[in-house]
Design a protein around this ligand. Structure first.
Ligand SMILES: Cc1ncc(COP(=O)(O)O)c(C=O)c1O
Length: 377
């Protein structure tokens, strides 16, 4: 049997009519950049997340760049985790700020609020907690930290649109509720994926929203009048049409991913040398990735075994960002962020896309159990 890591064709089959109708209507209208279809999709996301402002842009990368600029991070320091996709820190560098790393919590793979606080200096302008693999970082702690230390909290929710977290008072919050701004990616592999690059930043702050809207169109409120130098980072209407047509399916897709995760949790329980991904009490993940840990140096052997048996898998991420060649100038050394470094050695993500059949998930679990010499569940 072959089980790919992700099968977007299966998803497309289920939404093709709606998506193509929406795309055709943009083509008929011939308004391709921003415009009413983008406005509508922004309104949809505002309603979904309960936020005041959603500002579409060209990619998840730009969805980080625009708020980093809006928070005046240029020439300042921004704290984030070294265990994340490169864009989280690449954007900090590219706006002319200095990435400062702090280690992750071992269970969730997310930036540790305590480690982030320890990394704050008088030049720290913002902290970027990443909601990695679909599970939210501890936003109650980060909100309190931002308020206490006077730094902006920019959520990198590229992988986590609609993930939820229960606060101490029992209230459910989501991505974008507590951050000063929150960035989403609609890269095709995300739970809500476009047909190309697309992104969005949300915020509850009116002044931040105005700045973001300005920055995405070359830094001018009025055409040909520029108060600052911004970007060409507009969401195009074809992508917005695709995303709006897919949006009603997002909750169901994420629930299907959770169901597959729950199956793997029990089918892979109790195997010596394998750790299934814990979800913290009070977190509802959208499982953008289901990421195993294989301690003891056997991760690459399991990867080869799965590949040989037709099971797609991937290492997100093999090299922590503080050890990337391009960040050598920051002066970090191996051993400085042990949890991030250990995660890079131990993680392996397996197929968890919504359309997987029971036979497929059973085959994935059996293939993993066979590697560890565990009897069938
Ligand atoms: C955590 C994280 N941040 C930022 C990004 C950047 O998003 P994009 O690829 O849409 O530019 C991604 C996308 O993969 C991501 O996973």
């Amino acid at each position: 049997m072959n089980v790919p890591l992700l099968d977007l064709k299966e998803q497309y089959r289920g939404v093709a009519d709606d998506v193509m109708r929406a795309v055709q209507s943009v083509i008929d209208d011939q308004r391709f950049i921003l415009g009413p279809v983008v406005d509508e999709f922004e309104n949809d996301v505002e309603a979904l997340l309960g936020v005041r402002h959603a500002i579409g842009c060209a990619s998840g990368t730009d969805a980080l760049i625009l708020p980093l600029r809006a928070f005046d991070c240029v020439g300042q320091e921004v704290v984030t985790a070294p265990f994340t996709f490169f864009a989280t820190a690449g954007t900090i560098h590219n706006v002319g700020a200095r990435p400062v790393f702090a280690d992750i919590d071992a269970d969730t793979f997310n930036l540790s609020p305590q480690a982030a606080e320890d990394a704050i200096t008088e030049r720290t302008r913002a902290i970027v907690p990443v909601h990695l693999f679909g599970q939210m970082a501890d936003m109650t702690a980060f909100r309190a930290l931002g308020d206490r230390r006077g730094v902006a909290i920019l959520e990198d929710a590229a992988q986590a649109i609609g993930a939820r977290q229960r606060t101490a008072s029992g209230e459910w919050i989501t991505t974008g509720t507590l951050g000063d701004a929150c960035a989403f990616s609609f890269f095709p592999t995300k739970n809500l994926g476009a047909f190309g690059d697309a992104g969005m930043t949300v915020t509850n702050d009116d002044a931040t929203a105005e700045r973001l809207r300005k920055l995405r169109v070359h830094g001018g409120r009025q055409m040909y009048h520029h108060e600052e130098v911004g970007y060409n980072s507009r969401l195009d209407a074809l992508q917005a049409a695709v995303l709006a047509a897919k949006l009603p399916h997002l909750a169901g897709w994420s629930a299907a991913r959770r169901a597959h995760a729950a199956y793997y949790d029990q089918a892979l329980a109790g195997i010596d040398g394998l750790v299934t991904p814990p979800v913290r009490n009070g977190n509802e993940t959208i499982v953008n990735q289901y990421t195993l840990r294989i301690p003891g140096g056997r991760r690459d052997a399991l990867r080869e075994h799965l590949t040989a048996h037709g099971v797609g898998c991937s290492v997100y991420y093999p090299v922590p960002l503080h050890l990337q060649e391009c960040f050598a100038y920051l002066g970090y050394k191996e051993g400085q962020f042990p949890e991030s470094e250990r995660a890079c050695r131990e993680v392996l993500s397996i197929p968890v896309y919504p359309e997987l059949t029971q036979d497929q998930t059973a085959y994935v679990a059996e293939t993993i159990r066979a590697f560890f010499g565990a009897a069938g569940s």
